[in-house]
Design a binder for this molecule. Structure first.
Ligand code: ASP
Ligand code: MG
Length: 414
C-alpha cells in the first residue's frame, strides 16, 4: 500500500475555503488508494500574531510559555482540517505533535527532533483513518511542549515520512516548486523538474523557502520530497538523490549543468569582535558559548593578525543577533578583545551547483558579474557546491538578477 505524507503550509490553510480545498486534495489521493498522513502549519499569519501578542503582554516572554502558546496555532488548523475531512465523508483524526510521537530536546523555540515514535499514527492508518498531524511541535522527555523553529512543519513532515517509511513526502505550498531564483525577484526564473538533496540543502539554507532541516532529514533517510502548489494543478519539483555522476545522454561528457540556482537571504547580521589576541583556543572560546545557546553561526572570517591581534567577523540570522550580541559582549573581557560591533543591514547571495566544484572560474565569474553591476562584496565563503557573498541588503535583489543573467539560468541548458 502506498503511504504518502502531505504537508500544507500556512497560506494553504489560511481560511475556511482553503482548508476545504486542502481536504478535497487529500481525499483525491485517498481515493486513489493511498494511506495519508497530513501535516499542517498554522493558518496564515497565526504564528506571527501569537508572537506579537506574547510581546505585548511581556517584554521577554518565557520560552516555555511561548512554545506552548505557539503550538496552539497548529492545533487549530489540524482540528479544523480533520472536521472538514469528516464532513466530506472520510475517516480522519487529528493528532498534536506529541500524540504523533514527535520527541525533541529541550531547546525551546528551536527544538530538534530526537526520535519519532510512529506507533499511534500507524495504528490510526491501520484503522483506515487519515492522520492529520499538527506540525512544528514536539514534546520533551519531561512532557513539555516545544516548537522546532520558524517554518518547522516541513521538518515534522519529513521526519514522519522517514519514521513511517513513506513512499514520498509532498510539500504543498503557495509556489509551484523550486525555481532557479526567487521568481518575485527574477521574473525569468525557471521551475526545476528535479534537484538533488545537497543542492537543495544549500538553496534552502541560503534563501529558498523550505526548512533546511527537512532537507537534511530527507537526504539522511532517503525520503523523496515533492514540492508543488496546493492551489493549482501544475507539475512541481522532486527533491531526491540524483545520480549526478551518471551520463544523462543529453550533455557531452564534462558539459553537465553546473549552476543550479541562485539563493538569497535578506536577514543577515554581522558581528565583528575587535582586536582578539591571536592564540590557540580563542575561536573555540568565542563560538562554544554561542553554540551552547543554540545560535548557529554562518560565514566566519578571521583576518591575518597584525602584532598578534586579529579581528573575527561572523554572520548570524537577524533573529539571533540580540542573543548572540549578549553572549559575545559577556565574553569580551575573558577573550581579551577590545570590543564588538554589529551590522544588521546585510544579505547573502549564493550561487549553488554541484558541478562547480572541480571547474575553475565560477568564483571569479561571480565576482565579475557583481562588480559590473556595481555591487560591493563584504565577505565571501565557499563550500564544495556553493559560493556566497555577503552584500548590503539594499543590493541583494539586483545581485540575484545579475547572477541569474550572468550564469544564463534563464536558458534550459544553463
Ligand atoms: N507556523 C510555524 C511558522 O509560521 C511553522 C510553519 O509554518 O511551518 O513558523
Ligand atoms: Mg507559517
Amino acid at each position: 500500500m502506498t503511504l504518502l505524507v502531505h504537508k500544507y503550509g500556512g497560506s494553504s490553510v489560511a481560511d475556511a475555503d482553503r482548508i476545504l480545498n486542502v481536504a478535497r486534495r487529500i481525499c483525491r489521493d485517498r481515493d486513489s488508494g493511498a494511506d495519508i498522513v497530513a501535516v499542517v502549519s498554522a493558518m496564515g499569519d497565526t504564528t506571527d500574531e501569537l508572537i506579537e501578542l506574547a510581546n505585548t503582554v511581556s517584554p521577554n516572554p518565557d520560552p516555555r510559555e511561548l512554545d506552548l502558546l505557539l503550538s496552539t496555532g497548529e492545533l487549530v488548523s489540524c482540528t479544523l482540517l480533520t472536521m472538514a475531512l469528516r464532513s466530506l465523508g472520510y475517516q480522519a483524526i487529528s493528532l498534536s505533535g506529541s500524540q504523533a510521537g514527535i520527541h525533541t530536546d529541550t531547546m525551546y523555540g528551536r527544538a530538534r527532533i530526537s526520535r519519532v515514535d510512529p506507533d499511534r499514527v500507524k495504528n490510526e492508518l491501520s484503522r483506515g483513518r487519515i492522520a492529520v498531524v499538527a506540525g512544528f511541535q514536539g514534546i520533551t522527555e519531561d512532557l513539555d511542549i516545544t516548537t522546532l523553529g520558524r517554518g518547522g512543519s516541513d521538518t515534522t513532515a519529513v521526519a514522519l515520512a522517514a519514521a513511517l517509511n513513506a513512499d514520498r513526502c509532498d510539500i504543498y505550498t503557495d509556489v509551484e516548486g523550486i525555481y532557479t531564483a526567487d521568481p518575485r525577484i527574477v521574473p525569468e526564473a525557471r521551475k526545476m523538474r528535479e534537484i538533488g538533496y545537497m543542492e537543495m540543502l544549500e538553496l534552502a539554507s541560503y534563501g529558498a523557502k523550505m526548512h533546511p532541516r527537512s532537507i537534511e532529514l530527507g537526504a539522511a533517510y532517503r525520503v523523496p520530497i515533492y514540492v508543488a502548489s496546493s492551489l493549482v494543478d501544475a507539475p512541481g519539483t522532486l527533491i531526491h538523490q540524483i545520480p549526478d555522476l551518471l551520463p544523462d545522454g543529453e550533455h557531452s561528457m564534462e558539459e553537465r549543468v553546473k549552476v543550479t540556482g541562485i539563493a538569497s537571504q535578506s536577514n543577515v547580521a554581522k558581528i565583528t569582535v575587535r582586536s582578539v589576541p591571536d592564540r590557540p583556543g580563542v575561536a573555540a572560546a568565542l563560538f562554544e558559548p554561542l553554540a551552547a545557546v543554540g545560535v548557529s553561526v554562518d560565514t566566519i572570517v578571521q583576518n591575518t593578525s597584525v602584532e598578534r591581534f586579529t579581528d573575527i567577523s561572523f554572520t548570524v540570522t537577524r533573529d539571533d543577533l540580540a542573543l548572540a550580541l549578549r553572549e559575545v559582549e559577556g565574553l569580551i573581557p575573558s577573550l581579551g578583545a577590545s570590543g564588538v560591533v554589529s551590522d544588521a543591514t546585510l544579505a547573502s547571495v549564493s550561487v549553488v551547483g554541484s558541478g562547480m566544484q572541480n571547474t575553475p572560474g565560477y568564483a571569479s565569474r561571480m565576482f565579475r558579474f557583481l562588480a559590473d553591476g556595481n555591487v560591493n562584496i563584504d565577505m565571501i565563503t565557499t563550500s564544495e557546491i556553493r559560493i556566497s557573498c555577503i552584500v548590503r541588503e539594499s543590493d541583494a535583489a539586483e545581485a540575484v538578477r545579475l547572477l541569474h543573467r550572468g550564469f544564463q539560468l534563464d536558458r534550459e541548458d544553463g
